[in-house]
Design a protein around this ligand. Structure first.
Ligand code: ADP
Length: 249
């Protein structure tokens, strides 16, 4: 079975039946913020799924990786402080990431709900998140995208990006029409700095040591946790499964 509930007792309803008139959000009960936590190894498809879900549910996608890269691009104090960590595939300090998320969640567009992609990644982050969510009475749903290790390696090592428009390709699963060349810009595709093999190894190690154990933490805390086998599925199929699961709560 591709979709299975992972041995947790559900403690609360995630979505209710009533929608507020004029509410553009697609979540069935916008009165209770939905905190969707996408959990999974680098390369498991969290970014792709949170993007699709954000559009379908009308709630914001919050990616700590994107936020950190944006600070690096701007060259501000946070960016300068974290740049070396990102390049090497090491986790950024908890205080830095927690502060970014706390500030982001306080923005008005996060009031109805949000999708967390790449956060929390450590025990200290999970504890801070639990406090933030309890304070706003959010319904928290954790979705673990389970992808076979060899598939993860193939995805990460095969990833290529257009340096001009940012479009992502994969030499195996989403190749450009002409090998090594962007379909849209005609530019020569590059390997993202943290997709180099030694950095991929670091990112996966950080996940195994610091992030995967959070699954036990969520279980201990009685969080609603679903596991989705996303190894042999297209992004669209994975999305349909998650969407169905959320809508039927
Ligand atoms: P991936 O999940 O494929 O590694 P991300 O874009 O989520 O990609 O993260 C890229 C990098 O950003 C990580 O390797 C890490 O250095 C940093 N990062 C992102 N989220 C966090 C976080 N929650 N805690 C610490 N570092 C983070």
């Amino acid at each position: 079975m591709a979709l299975e509930k992972s041995g947790l007792v559900k403690t609360e309803r995630v979505l209710g039946p009533d929608k507020v008139p004029g509410d553009e959000s697609q979540i069935p009960n916008p009165k209770v913020p939905l905190a969707l936590v996408l959990f999974g190894s680098p390369g498991s498809g969290k970014g792709t799924q949170s993007n699709l879900l954000s559009k379908a549910l009308g709630i914001q996608q919050i990616s700590t990786g994107d936020m950190l890269r944006e600070h690096v691009r701007k060259g501000n104090a946070v960016g300068t402080a974290v740049e070396a960590k990102l390049k090497a595939g090491f986790l950024v300090k908890d205080e830095v990431v927690n502060a970014l998320v706390e500030k982001r969640l306080a923005e008005p567009d996060a009031a109805r709900g949000f999708i967390l992609d790449g956060y929390p990644r450590t025990r200290a982050q999970a504890e801070v998140l639990c406090r933030m969510l309890a304070a706003r009475g959010a319904n928290e749903v954790v979705i673990h995208l389970v992808v076979d290790y060899n598939v993860i390696i193939a995805r990460l090592t095969g990833r290529r990006q257009c340096p001009v428009c940012g479009t992502l390709y994969n030499v195996i699963s989403k190749p450009p029409k002409v090998p090594g060349v962007c379909d849209l810009e005609g530019a020569k595709l590059i390997v993202r700095e943290d997709d180099r093999e030694e950095v991929i190894r670091e990112r996966l190690e950080a996940y195994e040591k610091q992030t995967r154990p959070l699954l036990d933490y969520f279980r201990e805390k009685g969080k609603t946790l679903y596991e989705i086998d996303a190894t042999n599925e297209t992004p669209e199929q994975v999305f349909r499964k998650i969407e169905a699961l959320i809508r039927k709560q």
